[in-house]
Design a protein around this ligand. Structure first.
Ligand code: M6R
Length: 616
């Protein structure tokens, strides 16, 4: 969950590292620190609890040496609270070596005991300091930083990325990766390391993937990658598809506000090039050829959080269109439930970051069990696509706010596209049905843009509700995942109790929560929906109104049946039932943003969270 950056080159490493950390802050913001190495062999570190700005202010007030080698870290605390002492870097070899770490060293306790027995002392409660002291001791023996790293990683268990610098090795940063992410940025006479490309995209668009159990040594004019045994490995260079400005706030008050405004583009760009002559076209689904897809008899979608709600919508659509049974499982539950998998099972992972460790481990598990793997991912060069037979990239652009918004609509779009592709391959929809659905999808960006305009009053609504302590969300069928998404956003951003229910479940218990004044958002299906869901949901509204609930309905424009029973109606444009969620979710994203703003909270970096969950 932590953000990591490393630099060697002719420029001021303080500037490069702080710039990189400011782009990586979404990975964790409990503390931040940097270590800088001057050419004269002086190593200086500075670290502070709190957000990066505390460190920046301190460095401004009392500048560090202007070294050309360095490492930087922004932390999401696991072992040890968010204090100055637990902030990274940690030191080894009598303060001559600095180390930063992302992940968890699971066997740190026996290693720490061994070091204590050997007379070492510790200044933090972290698992990471064990690695710093171990590498320091190994370096003292050999004077070879890469070798020292190799010797130590062989003793570590868990998931980790480590970066080290040593004052006797100016112009050198050594990194190691097991499961946790690390990428190389290639510059001209300078090189970079980062948890993701955001760390260095300001300086270079050339990136190189590093695989699991690999060690990298960067110098200003060389990059060496080996496996943990020291054998050179081949790497793959790629060009970063977005530039630095895509991850700038660009005049918006928050990244989240900017990213919600980009929801139409996220859908549009995910469709781009994938619809040809009215039909879905996936020219490159790797190992998932039409023949393989024809043999699939079951699909399991794995994901966490918001991505899992996109997965639920994928299930409804794929089952309806391709007539294949689909299950949705939270990634962290998946491998522990002993899933029955074989080469006729397709496991679809959905992840914005491509680094969520629960999903990554589930994907690896499914691969070992022989299942086919498709990744739906927003981040080029990330780990999950590497472990999959094929990837459909969502082209939402970099998502920086911790709360996922534009990636969600892009994930639904990608899942729907895949569902239609599968239906075409399996012949389960007629050409006319396929075309109709593709056209519905293509109409979505303009309709979301309409919803954005129509949602301008939500700020006022949220302002009135700033003191509310609980909000409920109801939906049915494709409205149900949207109810869950609305509730999750409110929990993570506004820190209030929020729950989403399938409206049909109401009378089985949750209706007991309704008391006068309880705010309930209801996602109302279209009255044109051939199922009878619309009238059933309108009945649900009446039931909760009769008990004093204050109802805010998200309903199709012109839905007169809802008006008499709702306190507020947020209208959305007409769309076929499967496509309504792409519209209904937008006001809920805005509501969560506005309520958190009305409460004076930080919408981009909510408390206790990090954008990429890279520890289990
Ligand atoms: O990067 P991923 O899509 O795998 O992340 C999954 C969840 O951690 C993520 O959607 C999380 O629930 C968001 N904070 C929700 O807004």
């Amino acid at each position: 969950m932590c953000g990591i950056v490393g630099y060697v080159g002719p420029n001021s490493s303080v500037t490069v590292l702080l710039g990189g950390l400011s782009r990586l802050q979404y990975r964790g913001y409990d503390s931040a620190g940097i270590a800088v190495l001057g050419t004269d062999g002086v190593l200086e570190t500075r670290k502070h609890a709190g957000k990066l700005q505390v460190l920046i202010d301190d460095v401004d007030a009392l500048p560090l040496i202007d070294g050309q080698t360095g490492i930087g870290h922004t932390r999401w605390a696991t072992h040890g609270g968010p204090t100055d002492a637990n902030a990274h870097p940690h030191l080894g070899d009598d303060g001559k070596l600095a180390l930063i770490h992302n992940g968890i060293i699971e066997n740190f306790a026996p290693l720490k005991q061994e070091l204590l027995d050997a007379g070492e002392t510790f200044t933090s409660d972290t698992d990471s300091e064990v690695a710093a002291i171990l590498v320091g001791r190994a370096f003292r023996e050999s004077g070879d930083l890469t070798l020292a790293m190799r010797q130590v990683v062989a003793r570590l268990e868990g998931a980790f990325t480590l970066l080290i610098v040593h004052q006797d090795r100016p112009g050198e940063v050594v990194g190691a990766r097991r499961i946790s992410p690390l990428v190389i940025g290639l510059g001209d006479g300078e090189n970079f390391l980062g948890s993701d490309v955001a760390a260095f995209v300001e300086h270079t668009r050339r990136a190189v993937e590093i695989g699991d159990d690999q060690i990298v040594t960067i110098r200003p004019d060389s990059v060496e990658v080996t496996d943990f045994a020291g054998k050179a490995v081949e790497t793959r260079e790629y060009e970063i598809a977005w530039d630095a400005s895509a991850s700038e706030k660009g005049g918006w008050s928050s990244f989240m506000r900017k990213e919600i405004s980009e929801e139409p583009d996220a859908v549009y760009n995910t469709l781009l090039g994938r619809v040809v002559d009215g039909a879905v076209a996936f020219p490159d689904l790797g190992g998932l050829t039409d023949e393989v897809l024809g043999s699939i008899d079951r699909i399991v979608i794995i994901a966490c959080g918001t991505a899992a709600y996109a997965g639920m919508l994928g299930k409804y659509a794929i089952e309806a269109w391709a007539r294949i049974p689909v299950e949705v499982t939270l990634s962290h539950e998946f491998r522990y439930s002993g899933p029955i998998l074989n080469d006729r099972t397709l496991v679809i992972s959905v992840s914005q970051s491509g680094e969520t460790i629960d999903t990554l481990m589930a994907v690896k598990y499914a691969k070992v069990e022989g299942a086919r793997g498709l990744s739906i991912c927003n981040t080029q060069g990330s780990s999950i696509p590497r472990e999959s037979d094929a990837v459909i990239y969502t082209h939402a652009g970099p998502e920086v706010a911790v709360a996922s918004t534009k990636a969600f609509v892009a994930q639904i779009t990608a899942l729907y596209l895949f569902g239609l592709h599968l239906a075409a391959v399996r012949g389960s929809l007629s050409a006319a049905q396929l075309t109709r659905n593709v056209e519905e999808l293509q109409a979505i960006p303009a309709k979301i843009a309409e919803v954005l305009v129509a949602s301008e009053g939500i700020g006022q609504l949220a302002g009135w509700m700033a003191d509310t302590r609980s909000v409920l969300f109801l939906g049915r069928h494709v409205g149900y995942p949207i109810a869950l998404e609305g509730a999750l956003k409110l929990k993570e951003l506004a820190y209030i109790h929020a729950e989403g229910f399938a409206a049909g479940e109401l009378k089985h218990g949750p209706i007991a929560l309704i008391e006068p004044g309880q705010i309930v958002f209801v996602i109302v299906p279209s009255p044109r929906d051939p199922s009878s869901l619309h009238s059933k949901v309108v009945s649900n509204i009446q039931e909760i109104r009769a008990r004093g609930a204050r109802v805010i309905a998200i309903a199709e424009k012109g839905d007169a049946a809802v008006l008499p029973y709702a306190d507020e109606v947020i209208p959305i444009p007409l769309a076929a039932p499967f496509f309504e969620p792409l519209l209904a979710v937008v006001p809920l994203h805005i509501f969560a943003l506005e309520l958190a703003t009305a409460k004076g909270l930080d919408v981009d970096q909510p408390r206790n969270l990090a954008k990429s969950v890279t520890v289990e």
